[in-house]
Design a protein around this ligand. Structure first.
Ligand SMILES: *Cc1c(COP(=O)(O)O)cnc(C)c1O
Length: 357
């Protein structure tokens, strides 16, 4: 049997681990921050009939510029954005990868603030970009001073600011983003995968006059559209031109475009669960504390909580009760997604049972 190490793999990929959140079939999956509320039948029907219509011309390549989808995304985001400021890809992970392809690469470096989204370093290694992690402050908070000092020290080609931050849930202020932009000579990417759950202002308001600023968004989380793989960015039209240099032609399939356009026609319905998810998140913050854990402030649809003496053991015992959470590898913590009211209740009950034992 051939093993990976027998192959003439690029040196920079030797010994690396792939992204690998466990995909297990359990009654209550609260491990990858999906929107777990069921989709409405009306939306499903419109998606299906739109995809069916797209099938009639599936012998032809799709619109390489996905103009209709970009128009729909621009009008969803508001802020007076135009379609030439929008770009989309198969998930915001592909958006990030295209950013690294265009602005990173050999001899270049990216900077994140640990702990943060694990894909940043994986995409960096896949594009042969050096990746550095600066430390966060108290309780994973960032300040304008901390952010600009790290950027001035490392002079990265790409700065990654995750707002709110995964896996900690920490909100990020516009002042931090402004300070990052002023300190950076390279691109500043604000990853707003969880923006719809946040009460903070979006970095989109900072776009005018900041051509090196990029706001990355996704339909995977609040939009309940993770399986469709649709991410997008808002930025200066010149950034969109840069994306055209590295994208594969026709990278967004006709089915993806049709499904995403249909979903955006129903954005109000799809986002209807957001209020309840925020309520469940706030409930997790309160109840976890009551159970003696130490939840971190969260502006997203998940909560990281400390005070777990043996995370792997608790993870396994919750799994035995049909509840899948995430061990992100931070000492004495676990992360849980805010699900439906019933799922949240089951998670809290299972955890309380473990505490009692
Ligand atoms: C989930 C997540 C994404 C979304 O990835 P998709 O490829 O759009 O599904 C991006 N950034 C962060 C921080 C995330 O947690």
């Amino acid at each position: 049997m051939t093993s990976l190490s027998d192959l003439p793999l690029r040196d920079s990929l030797r010994g690396r681990e792939p992204y690998g959140a466990p995909q297990l079939h359990v009654p209550i999956a609260l491990n990858v921050n999906e929107n777990t509320h069921p989709l409405s039948e009306g939306v499903i029907e419109d998606i299906v009939s739109s995809v069916q219509a797209a099938a009639k011309t599936i012998n032809r390549y799709p619109d390489r510029e996905f103009t209709t989808l970009r128009q729909a995304l621009a009008s969803y985001l508001g802020h007076g954005l135009a379609e030439n400021q929008i770009w989309a890809a198969n998930g915001s992970n592909e958006i990030l990868q295209q950013m690294f392809q265009a602005f990173g690469g050999p001899g270049r470096k990216a900077l994140g603030f640990r702990p943060t989204y694990s894909m940043y370093s994986i995409i960096a290694s896949g594009t042969d970009t050096a990746y550095l992690d600066a430390d966060r402050g108290e309780r994973f908070e960032l300040t304008p001073e901390l952010v600009s000092a790290a950027i001035r020290e490392h002079r990265p080609d790409i700065v990654l600011l995750c707002s709110p931050n995964n896996p900690t849930g920490t909100p990020l202020s516009l002042d931090c983003m402004k300070a990052a932009y002023e300190a950076a000579e390279g691109m500043v990417v604000v990853d707003e995968a969880y923006a719809e759950f946040s009460s903070a202002d979006s970095a989109i308001s900072l776009l005018p006059g900041r051509p090196r600023l990029v706001i990355s968004r996704t339909m995977s989380k609040a939009f309940a559209f993770a399986g469709a793989r649709v991410g997008y960015l808002a930025a200066d039209p010149a950034v969109v031109d840069a994306m055209r240099l590295v994208r594969l032609p026709y990278h967004l399939s006709a089915f993806t475009q049709a499904a995403a356009e249909a979903a955006l026609r129903h954005s109000a319905v799809l986002l209807g669960a957001v209020d309840d998810i925020r309520k469940q998140r706030d409930r997790l913050l309160v109840e976890l504390k009551k159970l003696g854990f130490d939840p971190y402030a969260s502006d997203a649809n998940f909560v990281l909580f400390g005070g777990v003496s043996d995370p792997e053991k608790t993870f396994t015992e919750l799994l035995a009760r049909g509840v899948l959470v995430r061990n992100v590898g931070l000492p004495n913590t676990l992360r849980v997604t805010a699900g439906t009211e019933a799922e949240t209740t089951s998670f809290l009950a299972a955890l309380a049972e473990l505490q009692a034992n």
